[in-house]
Design a protein around this ligand. Sequence first.
Ligand code: 6MZ
Length: 364
Amino acid sequence: MEMEGWVSMPKVELHAHLNGSVRDSTLLELARVLGEKGVIVFSDVEHVILKNERSLTEVFRLFDLIHILTTDHKIITRITKEVIEDFASENVVYLELRTTPKKNDSIGMSKRSYLEAVLEGIKAVNTVDVAFRPHNADVSNVKSSSLINDTCNGSTRKEIYVRLLLSIDRRESTEAAMETVKLALEMRDLGVVGIDLSGNPIVGEWMTFFPALKFAREQGLYVTLHCGEVPNPKEIQAMLDFLPQRIGHACCFEEEEWKRLKSLNIPVEICLTSNIRTNSVRSIEVHHFADLYNSKHPLVICTDDSGVFSTSLSKEYNLAASAFGLGRRGIFQLARNAIEYIFADDEVKRELKEIFNSSEKKLD
Ligand code: 6MZ
């Protein structure tokens, strides 16, 4: 199938890191500005941004660089807006965007003001309609802000539902992790639905984050964990014991861990290009997607870092289809199944099902 077919299909994105999804053109523009100010050497940074093959270690070095370029309130607002527009332009109808709230005293940034800048970015999207429905919102209020059938220039405007997950970085302390969870709780009415644990998988200990994650769950926030991105049997076991609502990656699981995961039926966020590029999985032929798909385990195809890995959700659907012999219907069904694993409420699930039902008719 042509790329156009994958672009026009409705899609659900559940694993996308904000700072990993920034357009190269934006990063280069930001780097040029900092180069002119003498903060960085532009030519050194340019080839790092444009490089395609990266080990997991290099990826995390690149994130440190991206954070130097983007950690500023106005820029966070801008990249949030652009990332949402990019996903919406390829017919992602539901996006759970995750980001790590950052504190940077030198520019007067707190985790809260970082998150406020992200929320500004969501409000600033104007090329598409963003359905950003608050937790526990009054239904009548919701209807008036529901934008599904809005029209622009006579054609139906694209619409995207956006929810936020706040990430805890594995470099953080228990206190910093707890601060992120408390912030998520305060911002629930503004569309924050859950917590993610991410960051360099060789850094940090599970027990450092456990108290904050436990608190998050007790308070009714959803939790997804980066799990098994590198071999670490003890941590994988502890993470599965925690019973997160979803996990990301699951690249380095052993036989027993697969059994456990499958019996617990925890949905897996699969990021094919990311796993291959970082060498977390040797090649697409041996990717665990195939086994999970064949055993009908809940899974969802995601991008991880569309900017860093030069991909898009349409490209990931295309890759899954060609690598594992899935037809258009098979992929469509996977996207539709993902509705069950989203962290938004039943009303959003119902509306997403309607979107999928109406586009199913156009499939053949
Ligand atoms: C683990 C990852 C990741 O939060 O600053 N991140 N963590 N594994 C990965 N696989 C490649 N890709 C991204 O977005 C960037 C941050 O997301 C996490 C890292 O902590 C990275 O610094 P935000 O918006």
